[in-house]
Design a protein around this ligand. Structure first.
Ligand SMILES: Cc1cc2nc3c(=O)[nH]c(=O)nc-3n(C[C@H](O)[C@H](O)[C@H](O)COP(=O)(O)O)c2cc1C
Length: 535
Protein backbone atom coordinates (compact mmCIF):
# COMPACT_ATOMS: atom_id res chain seq x y z
CA UNK A 1 0.00 0.00 0.00
CA UNK A 2 1.34 3.45 -0.85
CA UNK A 3 1.20 6.29 1.69
CA UNK A 4 -1.28 8.20 -0.41
CA UNK A 5 -3.76 5.30 -0.35
CA UNK A 6 -3.82 5.28 3.40
CA UNK A 7 -4.19 9.04 3.65
CA UNK A 8 -6.90 8.95 0.98
CA UNK A 9 -8.76 6.27 2.96
CA UNK A 10 -8.52 8.32 6.10
CA UNK A 11 -9.77 11.45 4.37
CA UNK A 12 -12.71 9.58 2.86
CA UNK A 13 -13.62 8.19 6.29
CA UNK A 14 -13.46 11.72 7.71
CA UNK A 15 -15.81 12.97 4.96
CA UNK A 16 -18.31 10.14 5.55
CA UNK A 17 -18.17 10.77 9.31
CA UNK A 18 -18.73 14.50 8.81
CA UNK A 19 -21.62 13.88 6.44
CA UNK A 20 -23.37 11.64 8.97
CA UNK A 21 -22.69 14.01 11.86
CA UNK A 22 -23.99 17.05 9.94
CA UNK A 23 -27.31 15.43 9.03
CA UNK A 24 -30.46 17.06 10.35
CA UNK A 25 -32.98 14.53 11.66
CA UNK A 26 -36.65 14.79 12.53
CA UNK A 27 -35.71 14.14 16.16
CA UNK A 28 -32.69 16.45 16.31
CA UNK A 29 -30.74 18.98 14.30
CA UNK A 30 -27.01 18.71 13.50
CA UNK A 31 -24.79 20.20 16.21
CA UNK A 32 -25.04 23.98 16.20
CA UNK A 33 -25.46 26.88 18.58
CA UNK A 34 -28.53 26.61 20.79
CA UNK A 35 -29.40 30.25 20.19
CA UNK A 36 -28.60 32.76 17.49
CA UNK A 37 -27.62 36.22 18.66
CA UNK A 38 -27.69 38.50 15.62
CA UNK A 39 -25.45 40.99 17.40
CA UNK A 40 -22.73 38.36 16.97
CA UNK A 41 -23.02 38.07 13.20
CA UNK A 42 -19.50 38.42 11.71
CA UNK A 43 -19.24 41.11 9.06
CA UNK A 44 -19.96 39.72 5.59
CA UNK A 45 -17.40 42.17 4.19
CA UNK A 46 -13.63 42.09 4.51
CA UNK A 47 -11.34 45.01 3.79
CA UNK A 48 -7.58 45.10 3.44
CA UNK A 49 -6.58 48.31 5.18
CA UNK A 50 -3.67 50.12 3.61
CA UNK A 51 -4.27 48.51 0.19
CA UNK A 52 -4.59 50.96 -2.74
CA UNK A 53 -8.25 51.07 -3.83
CA UNK A 54 -9.64 51.25 -7.32
CA UNK A 55 -13.30 52.30 -7.51
CA UNK A 56 -15.02 50.37 -10.29
CA UNK A 57 -17.59 51.86 -12.66
CA UNK A 58 -21.24 50.69 -12.44
CA UNK A 59 -22.75 49.79 -15.78
CA UNK A 60 -25.42 47.12 -15.27
CA UNK A 61 -28.31 49.60 -15.56
CA UNK A 62 -27.44 50.40 -19.19
CA UNK A 63 -26.15 46.96 -20.20
CA UNK A 64 -27.72 45.65 -23.37
CA UNK A 65 -26.84 41.91 -23.26
CA UNK A 66 -29.95 39.71 -23.59
CA UNK A 67 -30.97 36.95 -21.22
CA UNK A 68 -30.71 34.42 -24.08
CA UNK A 69 -26.95 35.11 -24.25
CA UNK A 70 -26.45 33.63 -20.79
CA UNK A 71 -27.18 30.21 -22.27
CA UNK A 72 -25.98 30.88 -25.83
CA UNK A 73 -23.02 33.25 -25.42
CA UNK A 74 -21.85 35.29 -28.37
CA UNK A 75 -18.39 33.70 -28.30
CA UNK A 76 -17.69 34.90 -31.84
CA UNK A 77 -17.89 38.55 -30.74
CA UNK A 78 -16.60 38.71 -27.15
CA UNK A 79 -16.43 42.02 -25.28
CA UNK A 80 -12.84 43.24 -24.90
CA UNK A 81 -11.15 42.07 -21.69
CA UNK A 82 -10.50 45.43 -20.08
CA UNK A 83 -11.18 47.09 -16.76
CA UNK A 84 -14.71 48.38 -17.53
CA UNK A 85 -15.88 44.91 -18.58
CA UNK A 86 -14.17 43.24 -15.63
CA UNK A 87 -16.11 45.71 -13.45
CA UNK A 88 -19.32 44.64 -15.20
CA UNK A 89 -18.47 40.98 -14.67
CA UNK A 90 -18.04 41.60 -10.93
CA UNK A 91 -21.11 43.83 -10.65
CA UNK A 92 -23.29 41.12 -12.24
CA UNK A 93 -21.87 38.17 -10.33
CA UNK A 94 -20.53 39.01 -6.88
CA UNK A 95 -21.80 42.58 -6.49
CA UNK A 96 -24.75 43.86 -4.48
CA UNK A 97 -28.10 43.58 -6.24
CA UNK A 98 -30.36 45.57 -3.88
CA UNK A 99 -30.96 46.76 -0.35
CA UNK A 100 -33.95 45.53 1.63
CA UNK A 101 -35.44 47.84 4.21
CA UNK A 102 -37.87 46.91 7.00
CA UNK A 103 -38.35 49.43 9.80
CA UNK A 104 -34.91 50.25 11.10
CA UNK A 105 -33.38 47.08 9.61
CA UNK A 106 -31.48 47.34 6.35
CA UNK A 107 -29.62 44.53 4.65
CA UNK A 108 -27.95 44.08 1.29
CA UNK A 109 -28.64 41.31 -1.20
CA UNK A 110 -26.15 40.17 -3.80
CA UNK A 111 -26.36 38.67 -7.27
CA UNK A 112 -25.37 35.38 -5.63
CA UNK A 113 -27.74 33.90 -3.07
CA UNK A 114 -26.27 32.62 0.17
CA UNK A 115 -27.57 30.39 2.93
CA UNK A 116 -28.92 32.74 5.57
CA UNK A 117 -27.64 35.68 3.44
CA UNK A 118 -24.39 35.26 5.36
CA UNK A 119 -22.00 35.31 2.35
CA UNK A 120 -18.93 33.33 3.42
CA UNK A 121 -16.98 33.93 0.19
CA UNK A 122 -14.27 36.41 -0.73
CA UNK A 123 -13.13 36.99 -4.30
CA UNK A 124 -9.78 37.84 -5.87
CA UNK A 125 -8.90 39.02 -9.36
CA UNK A 126 -5.60 38.13 -10.99
CA UNK A 127 -4.91 40.31 -13.99
CA UNK A 128 -2.10 40.20 -16.53
CA UNK A 129 -1.76 42.55 -19.48
CA UNK A 130 -5.32 43.90 -19.29
CA UNK A 131 -6.05 47.52 -20.27
CA UNK A 132 -6.95 49.66 -17.24
CA UNK A 133 -5.63 47.20 -14.61
CA UNK A 134 -2.02 47.03 -13.50
CA UNK A 135 -0.72 43.46 -13.40
CA UNK A 136 -1.26 41.85 -10.03
CA UNK A 137 -3.67 40.45 -7.45
CA UNK A 138 -6.77 42.34 -6.26
CA UNK A 139 -9.39 41.70 -3.58
CA UNK A 140 -12.97 42.53 -4.60
CA UNK A 141 -14.95 44.62 -2.09
CA UNK A 142 -18.63 44.13 -3.02
CA UNK A 143 -19.98 46.66 -0.51
CA UNK A 144 -18.30 49.51 -2.42
CA UNK A 145 -17.76 47.78 -5.79
CA UNK A 146 -14.03 48.42 -5.62
CA UNK A 147 -10.81 46.50 -6.02
CA UNK A 148 -8.14 46.56 -3.34
CA UNK A 149 -4.65 45.90 -4.68
CA UNK A 150 -3.06 43.05 -2.70
CA UNK A 151 0.05 42.58 -4.80
CA UNK A 152 1.73 44.09 -7.82
CA UNK A 153 4.33 42.27 -9.83
CA UNK A 154 5.04 40.31 -12.95
CA UNK A 155 2.42 37.94 -14.31
CA UNK A 156 3.58 34.96 -16.34
CA UNK A 157 1.41 36.06 -19.25
CA UNK A 158 -1.73 37.93 -20.21
CA UNK A 159 -5.07 36.81 -18.85
CA UNK A 160 -7.84 37.09 -16.28
CA UNK A 161 -8.49 34.77 -13.35
CA UNK A 162 -10.99 34.93 -10.50
CA UNK A 163 -10.22 33.14 -7.26
CA UNK A 164 -12.71 32.36 -4.49
CA UNK A 165 -11.90 31.75 -0.85
CA UNK A 166 -14.12 31.28 2.19
CA UNK A 167 -14.43 32.38 5.78
CA UNK A 168 -16.62 29.53 6.94
CA UNK A 169 -17.07 31.13 10.38
CA UNK A 170 -19.53 33.56 8.78
CA UNK A 171 -21.81 30.51 8.35
CA UNK A 172 -20.63 28.46 11.29
CA UNK A 173 -21.49 31.00 14.01
CA UNK A 174 -25.16 30.49 13.05
CA UNK A 175 -25.36 26.99 11.59
CA UNK A 176 -22.64 25.06 13.44
CA UNK A 177 -21.36 21.85 11.86
CA UNK A 178 -23.57 21.91 8.75
CA UNK A 179 -21.93 25.20 7.70
CA UNK A 180 -19.25 23.40 5.67
CA UNK A 181 -21.94 22.07 3.33
CA UNK A 182 -23.59 25.49 3.04
CA UNK A 183 -20.28 27.15 2.18
CA UNK A 184 -19.70 24.59 -0.58
CA UNK A 185 -23.23 25.12 -1.95
CA UNK A 186 -22.70 28.88 -1.90
CA UNK A 187 -19.45 28.35 -3.83
CA UNK A 188 -21.40 26.48 -6.51
CA UNK A 189 -23.88 29.35 -6.75
CA UNK A 190 -21.01 31.84 -7.07
CA UNK A 191 -19.39 29.75 -9.82
CA UNK A 192 -22.71 29.85 -11.65
CA UNK A 193 -23.12 33.60 -11.14
CA UNK A 194 -19.61 34.23 -12.52
CA UNK A 195 -20.16 31.89 -15.41
CA UNK A 196 -23.44 33.54 -16.47
CA UNK A 197 -22.07 37.09 -16.11
CA UNK A 198 -19.05 36.04 -18.19
CA UNK A 199 -21.33 34.45 -20.80
CA UNK A 200 -23.15 37.76 -21.23
CA UNK A 201 -19.77 39.24 -22.27
CA UNK A 202 -18.98 36.36 -24.63
CA UNK A 203 -16.33 35.02 -22.23
CA UNK A 204 -15.89 31.40 -21.22
CA UNK A 205 -15.01 30.19 -17.73
CA UNK A 206 -13.01 27.12 -16.76
CA UNK A 207 -11.82 25.92 -13.39
CA UNK A 208 -8.04 25.67 -13.14
CA UNK A 209 -7.46 22.11 -11.94
CA UNK A 210 -3.67 22.02 -11.97
CA UNK A 211 -3.24 23.89 -8.66
CA UNK A 212 -3.53 22.11 -5.33
CA UNK A 213 -5.37 24.04 -2.61
CA UNK A 214 -2.14 25.02 -0.86
CA UNK A 215 -0.74 26.47 -4.14
CA UNK A 216 -3.95 28.40 -4.60
CA UNK A 217 -3.69 29.75 -1.04
CA UNK A 218 -0.18 31.00 -1.86
CA UNK A 219 -1.26 32.51 -5.18
CA UNK A 220 -4.18 34.40 -3.58
CA UNK A 221 -2.03 35.65 -0.71
CA UNK A 222 -4.01 33.61 1.84
CA UNK A 223 -0.95 31.94 3.31
CA UNK A 224 0.65 35.27 4.27
CA UNK A 225 0.04 34.81 8.00
CA UNK A 226 1.17 38.32 8.97
CA UNK A 227 -1.43 39.94 6.64
CA UNK A 228 -4.17 38.06 8.53
CA UNK A 229 -2.81 38.60 12.04
CA UNK A 230 -5.75 38.86 14.45
CA UNK A 231 -8.24 38.21 11.61
CA UNK A 232 -10.03 35.09 10.36
CA UNK A 233 -7.98 33.08 7.87
CA UNK A 234 -9.50 32.31 4.47
CA UNK A 235 -9.64 28.81 2.98
CA UNK A 236 -8.89 28.53 -0.76
CA UNK A 237 -11.93 27.38 -2.72
CA UNK A 238 -11.13 27.50 -6.43
CA UNK A 239 -9.64 29.44 -9.31
CA UNK A 240 -11.48 30.24 -12.54
CA UNK A 241 -9.78 31.15 -15.81
CA UNK A 242 -11.83 33.55 -17.93
CA UNK A 243 -11.13 33.77 -21.62
CA UNK A 244 -12.72 35.85 -24.38
CA UNK A 245 -14.60 33.57 -26.73
CA UNK A 246 -14.80 29.82 -26.59
CA UNK A 247 -12.72 28.09 -23.91
CA UNK A 248 -9.23 26.99 -24.73
CA UNK A 249 -7.25 24.94 -22.24
CA UNK A 250 -7.32 26.54 -18.78
CA UNK A 251 -3.90 27.67 -17.61
CA UNK A 252 -2.66 28.54 -14.13
CA UNK A 253 -1.24 32.03 -13.73
CA UNK A 254 2.07 32.76 -12.09
CA UNK A 255 2.55 36.01 -10.21
CA UNK A 256 5.97 37.09 -9.05
CA UNK A 257 4.98 39.79 -6.59
CA UNK A 258 7.23 42.80 -6.10
CA UNK A 259 5.11 44.40 -3.43
CA UNK A 260 2.24 43.31 -1.14
CA UNK A 261 -0.37 45.61 0.38
CA UNK A 262 -3.05 45.48 3.05
CA UNK A 263 -3.97 44.05 6.41
CA UNK A 264 -7.10 41.87 6.58
CA UNK A 265 -9.96 43.17 8.72
CA UNK A 266 -11.43 41.02 11.47
CA UNK A 267 -14.99 39.92 10.66
CA UNK A 268 -16.04 38.78 14.14
CA UNK A 269 -15.02 41.32 16.76
CA UNK A 270 -15.00 38.49 19.31
CA UNK A 271 -11.98 37.02 17.48
CA UNK A 272 -11.39 34.00 15.26
CA UNK A 273 -13.40 30.97 16.34
CA UNK A 274 -14.47 27.62 15.00
CA UNK A 275 -16.89 24.77 15.66
CA UNK A 276 -15.68 21.27 16.65
CA UNK A 277 -15.29 19.16 13.52
CA UNK A 278 -14.93 22.02 11.04
CA UNK A 279 -11.12 21.89 10.94
CA UNK A 280 -11.23 18.12 10.28
CA UNK A 281 -13.65 18.29 7.36
CA UNK A 282 -11.77 21.24 5.86
CA UNK A 283 -8.53 19.24 6.05
CA UNK A 284 -10.13 16.06 4.63
CA UNK A 285 -11.47 18.05 1.67
CA UNK A 286 -8.25 19.74 0.56
CA UNK A 287 -8.02 19.43 -3.21
CA UNK A 288 -4.81 18.05 -4.72
CA UNK A 289 -3.45 19.20 -8.07
CA UNK A 290 -5.21 17.37 -10.88
CA UNK A 291 -4.14 16.83 -14.44
CA UNK A 292 -5.68 18.81 -17.24
CA UNK A 293 -8.63 17.22 -18.94
CA UNK A 294 -8.72 16.83 -22.66
CA UNK A 295 -11.69 18.53 -24.31
CA UNK A 296 -14.78 19.75 -22.56
CA UNK A 297 -17.31 17.62 -24.34
CA UNK A 298 -20.71 18.79 -23.26
CA UNK A 299 -22.94 20.60 -25.69
CA UNK A 300 -24.82 23.46 -24.11
CA UNK A 301 -28.58 23.37 -24.02
CA UNK A 302 -30.12 26.66 -24.99
CA UNK A 303 -32.95 28.04 -22.88
CA UNK A 304 -35.39 29.93 -25.04
CA UNK A 305 -36.34 33.03 -23.05
CA UNK A 306 -40.03 33.61 -22.45
CA UNK A 307 -39.60 37.05 -23.96
CA UNK A 308 -36.90 37.25 -26.66
CA UNK A 309 -36.17 40.91 -25.87
CA UNK A 310 -35.55 40.24 -22.18
CA UNK A 311 -32.30 41.81 -20.99
CA UNK A 312 -29.87 39.84 -18.81
CA UNK A 313 -29.05 42.47 -16.17
CA UNK A 314 -32.57 42.99 -14.74
CA UNK A 315 -32.94 39.21 -14.36
CA UNK A 316 -29.58 38.88 -12.60
CA UNK A 317 -30.16 41.91 -10.36
CA UNK A 318 -33.82 41.02 -9.80
CA UNK A 319 -33.14 37.41 -8.77
CA UNK A 320 -34.64 36.84 -5.34
CA UNK A 321 -35.29 33.89 -3.11
CA UNK A 322 -39.04 33.58 -2.69
CA UNK A 323 -39.95 33.95 0.98
CA UNK A 324 -43.44 32.49 0.33
CA UNK A 325 -45.20 31.03 -2.75
CA UNK A 326 -48.79 31.05 -3.91
CA UNK A 327 -49.94 27.44 -3.93
CA UNK A 328 -52.82 27.97 -6.36
CA UNK A 329 -51.25 29.17 -9.60
CA UNK A 330 -49.87 26.28 -11.68
CA UNK A 331 -46.51 26.44 -13.42
CA UNK A 332 -47.06 26.22 -17.19
CA UNK A 333 -45.65 23.06 -18.75
CA UNK A 334 -43.45 25.15 -21.09
CA UNK A 335 -41.93 26.95 -18.09
CA UNK A 336 -41.39 23.68 -16.24
CA UNK A 337 -39.68 22.25 -19.33
CA UNK A 338 -37.39 25.31 -19.56
CA UNK A 339 -36.51 24.90 -15.88
CA UNK A 340 -35.63 21.25 -16.34
CA UNK A 341 -33.50 22.19 -19.37
CA UNK A 342 -31.80 24.87 -17.27
CA UNK A 343 -30.86 22.19 -14.75
CA UNK A 344 -29.19 19.91 -17.30
CA UNK A 345 -25.38 19.63 -17.31
CA UNK A 346 -24.68 21.68 -20.44
CA UNK A 347 -26.80 24.56 -19.20
CA UNK A 348 -26.15 24.43 -15.46
CA UNK A 349 -22.91 22.71 -14.61
CA UNK A 350 -20.58 22.28 -17.57
CA UNK A 351 -17.64 19.90 -17.30
CA UNK A 352 -15.34 22.93 -17.53
CA UNK A 353 -16.35 23.86 -13.99
CA UNK A 354 -16.49 20.44 -12.37
CA UNK A 355 -13.80 17.84 -11.73
CA UNK A 356 -15.74 14.89 -13.04
CA UNK A 357 -18.88 14.33 -15.08
CA UNK A 358 -22.36 15.09 -13.76
CA UNK A 359 -23.16 13.18 -10.62
CA UNK A 360 -26.37 14.85 -9.50
CA UNK A 361 -29.96 14.03 -10.45
CA UNK A 362 -33.20 15.79 -9.71
CA UNK A 363 -36.03 14.27 -7.73
CA UNK A 364 -38.99 16.55 -8.46
CA UNK A 365 -42.02 16.70 -6.21
CA UNK A 366 -44.53 18.10 -8.67
CA UNK A 367 -47.22 19.90 -6.70
CA UNK A 368 -48.81 22.06 -9.39
CA UNK A 369 -47.64 21.96 -12.99
CA UNK A 370 -50.11 22.25 -15.85
CA UNK A 371 -50.46 18.94 -17.66
CA UNK A 372 -48.45 16.89 -15.16
CA UNK A 373 -50.02 14.62 -12.60
CA UNK A 374 -49.07 15.45 -9.00
CA UNK A 375 -46.34 13.16 -7.78
CA UNK A 376 -42.72 12.20 -7.58
CA UNK A 377 -40.54 12.39 -10.71
CA UNK A 378 -36.91 11.82 -11.60
CA UNK A 379 -34.91 13.91 -14.07
CA UNK A 380 -31.71 11.92 -14.65
CA UNK A 381 -28.86 14.27 -15.57
CA UNK A 382 -26.48 11.56 -16.75
CA UNK A 383 -27.63 8.36 -18.40
CA UNK A 384 -24.62 6.52 -16.96
CA UNK A 385 -26.27 6.54 -13.52
CA UNK A 386 -29.70 5.38 -14.66
CA UNK A 387 -29.25 1.70 -13.84
CA UNK A 388 -27.66 2.53 -10.48
CA UNK A 389 -30.64 4.77 -9.69
CA UNK A 390 -33.10 2.01 -10.63
CA UNK A 391 -31.30 -0.35 -8.28
CA UNK A 392 -30.92 2.11 -5.44
CA UNK A 393 -34.38 3.74 -5.40
CA UNK A 394 -37.55 2.16 -3.96
CA UNK A 395 -38.34 -1.02 -5.99
CA UNK A 396 -42.04 -0.05 -5.79
CA UNK A 397 -41.54 3.03 -8.00
CA UNK A 398 -43.35 2.93 -11.36
CA UNK A 399 -40.66 4.42 -13.67
CA UNK A 400 -43.21 5.66 -16.20
CA UNK A 401 -41.21 7.46 -18.89
CA UNK A 402 -42.46 10.82 -20.19
CA UNK A 403 -41.02 13.07 -22.87
CA UNK A 404 -41.28 16.76 -22.10
CA UNK A 405 -42.39 19.07 -24.94
CA UNK A 406 -39.58 19.50 -27.47
CA UNK A 407 -38.58 15.87 -26.96
CA UNK A 408 -35.12 16.68 -25.57
CA UNK A 409 -35.74 15.72 -21.96
CA UNK A 410 -36.85 12.48 -20.39
CA UNK A 411 -38.62 12.44 -17.07
CA UNK A 412 -39.66 9.37 -15.09
CA UNK A 413 -42.74 9.40 -12.94
CA UNK A 414 -41.84 7.34 -9.88
CA UNK A 415 -45.06 7.72 -7.88
CA UNK A 416 -48.29 9.71 -7.97
CA UNK A 417 -49.85 11.64 -5.12
CA UNK A 418 -49.80 14.77 -3.05
CA UNK A 419 -46.34 15.17 -1.53
CA UNK A 420 -46.89 18.73 -0.23
CA UNK A 421 -47.10 17.81 3.47
CA UNK A 422 -44.23 15.35 3.46
CA UNK A 423 -41.73 17.52 1.58
CA UNK A 424 -42.63 20.47 3.80
CA UNK A 425 -42.03 18.33 6.86
CA UNK A 426 -38.73 16.92 5.56
CA UNK A 427 -37.52 20.39 4.52
CA UNK A 428 -37.26 21.30 8.22
CA UNK A 429 -41.01 22.13 8.30
CA UNK A 430 -40.50 25.07 5.91
CA UNK A 431 -43.75 26.21 4.29
CA UNK A 432 -42.06 27.16 0.98
CA UNK A 433 -41.30 23.50 0.19
CA UNK A 434 -44.97 22.54 0.38
CA UNK A 435 -46.65 25.58 -1.16
CA UNK A 436 -44.47 26.02 -4.28
CA UNK A 437 -45.24 24.47 -7.67
CA UNK A 438 -42.27 22.06 -7.68
CA UNK A 439 -39.98 21.02 -4.84
CA UNK A 440 -36.69 19.48 -5.83
CA UNK A 441 -34.29 17.20 -3.98
CA UNK A 442 -30.86 17.02 -5.64
CA UNK A 443 -29.53 13.51 -5.38
CA UNK A 444 -25.78 13.08 -5.78
CA UNK A 445 -23.80 9.92 -6.50
CA UNK A 446 -21.92 9.77 -3.24
CA UNK A 447 -19.92 6.80 -1.96
CA UNK A 448 -17.89 6.03 -5.06
CA UNK A 449 -16.66 9.53 -6.04
CA UNK A 450 -15.77 10.34 -2.43
CA UNK A 451 -13.92 7.07 -1.83
CA UNK A 452 -11.94 7.84 -4.98
CA UNK A 453 -11.33 11.56 -4.31
CA UNK A 454 -12.50 12.68 -0.86
CA UNK A 455 -12.31 16.37 -1.73
CA UNK A 456 -15.02 15.81 -4.36
CA UNK A 457 -17.46 16.14 -1.42
CA UNK A 458 -17.04 19.87 -2.05
CA UNK A 459 -17.41 19.45 -5.80
CA UNK A 460 -20.69 17.53 -5.38
CA UNK A 461 -22.05 20.51 -3.47
CA UNK A 462 -20.68 22.87 -6.13
CA UNK A 463 -22.64 20.96 -8.73
CA UNK A 464 -25.83 21.27 -6.67
CA UNK A 465 -25.19 25.02 -6.22
CA UNK A 466 -24.56 25.46 -9.95
CA UNK A 467 -27.87 23.76 -10.74
CA UNK A 468 -29.57 26.01 -8.18
CA UNK A 469 -28.11 29.16 -9.75
CA UNK A 470 -29.35 28.19 -13.21
CA UNK A 471 -32.80 27.39 -11.79
CA UNK A 472 -32.93 30.77 -9.99
CA UNK A 473 -32.19 32.72 -13.18
CA UNK A 474 -34.42 30.69 -15.45
CA UNK A 475 -37.29 31.00 -12.94
CA UNK A 476 -36.76 34.75 -12.59
CA UNK A 477 -36.97 35.41 -16.34
CA UNK A 478 -40.19 33.38 -16.55
CA UNK A 479 -41.87 35.46 -13.82
CA UNK A 480 -41.44 32.63 -11.31
CA UNK A 481 -39.01 32.49 -8.40
CA UNK A 482 -36.87 29.91 -6.68
CA UNK A 483 -35.37 29.34 -3.29
CA UNK A 484 -32.48 27.21 -2.19
CA UNK A 485 -33.32 25.04 0.82
CA UNK A 486 -30.26 23.84 2.69
CA UNK A 487 -32.22 22.71 5.73
CA UNK A 488 -33.71 19.24 5.29
CA UNK A 489 -33.88 15.97 7.18
CA UNK A 490 -31.39 13.87 5.23
CA UNK A 491 -32.23 10.33 6.21
CA UNK A 492 -35.99 10.86 6.32
CA UNK A 493 -35.68 11.95 2.66
CA UNK A 494 -33.57 8.91 1.89
CA UNK A 495 -36.17 6.65 3.49
CA UNK A 496 -38.94 8.31 1.44
CA UNK A 497 -36.97 7.50 -1.72
CA UNK A 498 -36.22 3.96 -0.57
CA UNK A 499 -32.46 4.58 -0.41
CA UNK A 500 -30.81 2.21 2.01
CA UNK A 501 -27.14 2.76 1.20
CA UNK A 502 -24.94 5.83 0.74
CA UNK A 503 -24.59 5.23 -2.99
CA UNK A 504 -26.72 8.35 -3.50
CA UNK A 505 -27.37 11.12 -0.99
CA UNK A 506 -29.62 14.18 -1.07
CA UNK A 507 -27.39 17.27 -1.10
CA UNK A 508 -29.72 20.22 -1.58
CA UNK A 509 -33.40 21.06 -1.80
CA UNK A 510 -34.87 23.73 -4.05
CA UNK A 511 -38.35 25.22 -4.43
CA UNK A 512 -39.85 26.79 -7.58
CA UNK A 513 -43.14 28.56 -8.11
CA UNK A 514 -45.02 31.84 -8.19
CA UNK A 515 -43.72 34.06 -5.38
CA UNK A 516 -45.92 36.02 -3.01
CA UNK A 517 -44.99 39.64 -2.38
CA UNK A 518 -42.83 39.85 0.74
CA UNK A 519 -43.93 43.41 1.51
CA UNK A 520 -40.34 44.45 2.25
CA UNK A 521 -39.13 47.67 0.65
CA UNK A 522 -36.42 47.25 -1.99
CA UNK A 523 -33.86 49.94 -2.78
CA UNK A 524 -31.28 49.79 -5.56
CA UNK A 525 -27.73 48.90 -4.61
CA UNK A 526 -24.96 51.51 -4.88
CA UNK A 527 -27.73 54.07 -5.58
CA UNK A 528 -27.70 52.83 -9.17
CA UNK A 529 -30.63 53.72 -11.44
CA UNK A 530 -33.20 50.99 -12.06
CA UNK A 531 -32.06 48.88 -15.02
CA UNK A 532 -33.99 49.04 -18.26
CA UNK A 533 -36.20 46.00 -18.52
CA UNK A 534 -35.92 45.31 -22.25
CA UNK A 535 -38.86 44.76 -24.52
C1 LIG B 1 -27.18 27.05 -0.06
C2 LIG B 1 -28.44 27.81 0.27
C3 LIG B 1 -29.31 27.31 1.21
C4 LIG B 1 -30.49 28.02 1.51
N1 LIG B 1 -31.37 27.49 2.41
C5 LIG B 1 -32.53 28.13 2.66
C6 LIG B 1 -33.51 27.53 3.51
O1 LIG B 1 -33.32 26.44 4.05
N2 LIG B 1 -34.66 28.23 3.71
C7 LIG B 1 -34.90 29.45 3.11
O2 LIG B 1 -35.97 30.02 3.33
N3 LIG B 1 -33.99 30.02 2.29
C8 LIG B 1 -32.82 29.39 2.05
N4 LIG B 1 -31.91 29.95 1.19
C9 LIG B 1 -32.15 31.26 0.58
C10 LIG B 1 -31.33 32.36 1.29
O3 LIG B 1 -31.93 32.66 2.52
C11 LIG B 1 -31.21 33.60 0.39
O4 LIG B 1 -30.39 33.27 -0.70
C12 LIG B 1 -30.60 34.78 1.12
O5 LIG B 1 -31.46 35.24 2.14
C13 LIG B 1 -30.34 35.93 0.17
O6 LIG B 1 -31.51 36.32 -0.48
P1 LIG B 1 -31.61 36.34 -2.06
O7 LIG B 1 -31.41 34.94 -2.55
O8 LIG B 1 -32.99 36.87 -2.35
O9 LIG B 1 -30.51 37.23 -2.58
C14 LIG B 1 -30.75 29.26 0.87
C15 LIG B 1 -29.85 29.74 -0.09
C16 LIG B 1 -28.71 29.03 -0.39
C17 LIG B 1 -27.77 29.57 -1.43
Amino acid sequence: MRDGDFEGGQAARAVFAYHEASKHRLDGYAPGPAQVNWDHQPSPYRQFSGAPRLALPLAAHSYSARFAELYAPRFEAPAPMEMSNIALLLELSLGLSAWKVMGTDRWALRCTPSSGNLHPLEAYVLAGGLPGLEDGLYHYAPESHALEARARGDMSGPGLWLGLSSIAWRETWKYGLRAFRYTALDTGHAMGAIRFAAASLGWSVQRVVSLADHDLAALLGLSRAADFAGAEREAPELLLHLQPGRAREAAAPDLVANEWFGQASQCDPRGAQTWPGMAEITEACRAPAQSLRAGQGEASLEIPPKNPGQLAAPVILGRRSARRFTSRQPIALADFTALMAAAMPGAASPQALLPQGSKTHLICFVHKVEGLEQGLYLLPRADADLEALRTALDPGFTWRELALPGGQLRLYQLAGGNFRPVIRKFSCHQAIAGECGVSIAMLGAFDAPIAQAPWSYRALHWEAGLIGQSLYLCAQQAGLAGSGIGCFFDDEMHALLGLSSRRFQVLYHFALGYPREDGITTEPAYGRPEPERGI
